[in-house]
Design a protein around this ligand. Structure first.
Ligand code: FES
Length: 86
């Protein structure tokens, strides 16, 4: 079994999450609300259509070191994230 792991911060707090600590089908919205205990993160349609759950994702590109920022729909599931140089 492959152990999937991701490290990130939410509002400056570090989270180290792996497939043993959080089910792999957990949406970002569920993680923010239930695991990070930030229940102010909203959801409405749970289908990606209304925009209520959008959160800002920002970081450094692993190769170029450039700062990136994306609006992310938090009710969908992350299977993999790939960054492409533009
Ligand atoms: S809950 Fe509607 S787009 Fe996210």
């Amino acid at each position: 079994m492959v152990l999937l792991e991701i490290n990130f911060t939410i509002n400056g707090k570090v989270f180290n999450v792996n497939s043993k600590s959080v089910p792999v089908d957990t949406s970002l919205n569920t993680f923010i609300r239930n695991h990070a205990h930030l229940s102010g993160t909203k959801f409405m349609c749970l289908e990606g259509g209304c925009g209520a759950c959008v959160v800002n994702l920002s970081g450094l590109h692993p190769v170029t070191g450039d700062v990136f920022s994306y609006a992310v729909n938090s009710v969908t599931h992350f299977r993999s994230v790939q960054l492409h140089k533009q």
